[in-house]
Design a protein around this ligand. Structure first.
Ligand code: ZN
Length: 372
């Protein structure tokens, strides 16, 4: 039996990677976290290396995420839009593994007319099928859902009477399954002004609505329901996909989760190379932060340092010991992304000594250099 250092529960066995494989590096395992916590932490790590700007760097640097497939992890933006130069209409686009852009299947409302767009008939059929299924046995639209606490989910319930649809907003617990999820385009986005409300299919084949406001989304879905009862046909509006040259890439990520992931990555490496550090009470607030997101310490993003970050193809964790604290600097991709925090009262090294843990993400080798 082991004790999970995060939730303190006992567990049988659950080895995890010292440094997440998604960022490259050697396959070194550590035993310190239960399966349940590990599951949660994987979500945090994915937020960092699949959604945040780190995901873009990872793709450019050619990190091979899934070793069995041996392919470079392509950046998948959570928000990809394309504007037709001629008509000004903004479309939802998707991105294939090879960074090629395609028009997602979507129904878009322009000047009170519904148009349908796709470049693959199969995907459009899936969209239509999903919408029909939703209409016949769900009729719920998720307005807001906090991932950690489904109790606070805000959703819309639509009811059909003889000839019309009524809706009411509901707050409470909802298991998300086959509901339509609403995403608002921030007002600060440069394409916000040109955005027409639409429904589309995302990568996981979920129905999503993108609108400027909740109100616009609700009006759209009620209008679409009425329209779908009329059995009128829809046509395409797109003038020519050749007019769409520029793809607008948006990041949509939770910066706190990324921060939790960075603290966790740094802690795991410290626990691996300095096993005694696990049991020290000084690390407890940092474990709590990874587990619950309650931050009681200061930390920050740092700039690249040309001496510290001079190695190529590597992530580095620098530890620096003073009399009163241990300073931890996590530098990803040769300093393109640097995060630093201090742990007061933690003594691992001799005072004024440095240690450098290097993760070579091209040759997949980790090493520790504590003679600096
Ligand atoms: Zn646990």
């Amino acid at each position: 039996m082991y004790n999970c250092i995060y939730c303190k529960r006992q567990y049988l066995k659950n080895t995890e990677h010292v440094f997440p494989l998604g960022l490259g590096g050697e396959n070194i395992m550590i035993e310190c976290v239960c399966g349940q916590c590990n599951n949660e932490f994987s979500k945090l790590e994915r937020e960092l290396y699949q959604k945040s700007p780190v995901a873009l760097i990872r793709s450019i640097e050619g990190v091979i995420g899934n070793k069995s497939r041996n392919t470079v992890s392509a950046f998948k933006a959570s928000l990809l839009l394309c504007q037709d130069d001629v008509t000004g209409v903004v479309y939802e686009v998707g991105q294939s593994e090879k960074m090629q852009v395609y028009i997602r299947p979507q129904i878009i409302h322009i000047n009170n007319i519904f148009y349908v767009e796709t470049d693959q008939q199969d995907n459009l059929n899936t969209l239509m099928m999903k919408f029909k299924a939703w209409k016949s046995d769900n009729l719920r639209l998720i307005l807001k859902f906090p991932e950690s606490n489904l109790m606070n989910t805000e959703y819309l319930e639509i009811e059909k009477t003889e000839n019309s649809y009524f809706h009411k907003k509901v707050k409470g617990e909802l298991k998300i399954k086959n509901e339509i999820i609403l995403g608002l385009l921030p007002r600060s986005h440069h394409l916000n002004k040109s955005l027409h409300t639409r429904i589309y299919l995302d990568d996981e084949k979920n129905l999503r609505i993108r609108a400027k406001t909740d109100k616009a989304a609700i009006k759209f879905i009620l209008d679409l329901l009425k329209f779908s009862d009329s059995k009128e046909l829809m046509t395409s509006y797109v003038s020519d996909t050749k007019n769409m040259n520029e793809v607008s890439v948006g990041f949509n990520f939770d910066s706190k989760k990324c921060e939790q992931a960075m603290v966790k990555i740094a802690l795991n490496s410290i626990f691996h190379y300095y096993p005694d550090s696990r049991d020290q009470s000084a690390v407890q607030p940092y474990l709590d932060f990874v587990k619950n997101g309650n931050k009681t310490f200061s930390a920050g993003i740092e700039t690249k340092n040309h001496i510290l970050d001079s190695q190529t193809n590597s992530h580095n964790i620098f530890l620096y010991q003073t009399e009163s604290f241990l300073s931890i600097r996590l530098s990803l991709f040769n300093g393109q992304f640097v995060y630093q925090f201090l742990i007061p009262c933690l003594q691992l090294l001799r005072v004024h000594k440095f240690t450098q843990i290097t993760i070579d993400y091209k040759r997949n080798k980790n090493q520790i250099n504590d003679h600096i």
